[in-house]
Ligand binder design. Structure first.
Ligand SMILES: [Zn+2]
Length: 217
């Protein structure tokens, strides 16, 4: 008898959880718009949100922000999909100069630049376009450059299980360039080295040499 009671309680707990997740799914499918808040912001900034140029700005901003933060809705597995292949190779793979656009989470202002991503395969390789899509997966969120760098590295490590991963990001932050210290030419460089790139100085040096060879900077 006791076990019956327990299981029926568990059952009702499950039903409650299911109902809650269905509500969650519903609101995720039809997210509330942020447009009314944008209208309020325009008013607070002293603007007239009803003038022609601004009339549709709240809706446009809503759509733009949803796109710019669309990385929240996806997982590493979804992005990589069937893009991982068995391959006997232990040569370093480098994808450099991947365009990168993200939003600083402190000011909601863009930072942009390029990412250089490398890995040392261990019987598995990943389609090169997937590397770029992994960058977008995390760039299309509210970010700090340091976290973005390590998230890309960890995602590649998870997807390919390589002997090592290296990610370097060089980016310019509009929040620094347009306001604050107003340093127009400063570039922030962050790196994350995992596995052999961290433990073996030669591997790391080879990566950096291949990335910066040819005087791209
Ligand atoms: Zn900022």
């Amino acid at each position: 008898m006791k076990s019956t009671t327990t299981s029926s309680r568990a059952g009702s707990a499950k039903r409650v959880a299911k109902a809650a997740s269905q509500r969650g799914a519903k609101s995720a499918g039809n997210p509330p718009t942020i447009a009314p808040y944008v209208r309020k912001i325009l008013l607070d900034l002293g603007e007239d949100p009803d003038r022609d140029g601004l009339k549709r700005t709240p809706e446009r901003f809503d759509r733009a922000m949803r796109y710019l933060t669309s990385g929240y809705g996806k997982t590493v597995a979804e992005v990589v999909g069937k893009g991982v292949f068995e391959q006997e190779t232990d040569e370093m793979v480098i994808v450099k100069d991947i365009e990168l656009y993200s939003l600083c989470e402190h000011h909601l202002v863009p930072f942009y630049g390029k990412a250089h991503v490398a890995y040392l395969p261990d019987r598995k390789i990943v389609g090169l376009s997937k590397v770029a899509r992994l960058v977008d997966l995390f760039a299309r969120r509210l970010q700090v450059q340091e976290r973005l760098t390590s998230q890309i590295a960890r995602a590649l490590e998870e997807a390919v299980e390589p002997k090592g991963v290296a990610v370097v990001i060089e980016a310019a932050h509009l929040c620094m360039m347009m306001r604050g210290v107003e340093k127009q030419n400063s570039v922030t460089v962050t790196s994350c080295m995992l596995g052999r790139f961290r433990s073996d100085e030669k591997t790391r040096a080879e990566f950096l040499q291949l990335v910066y060879r040819g005087g791209s900077r």
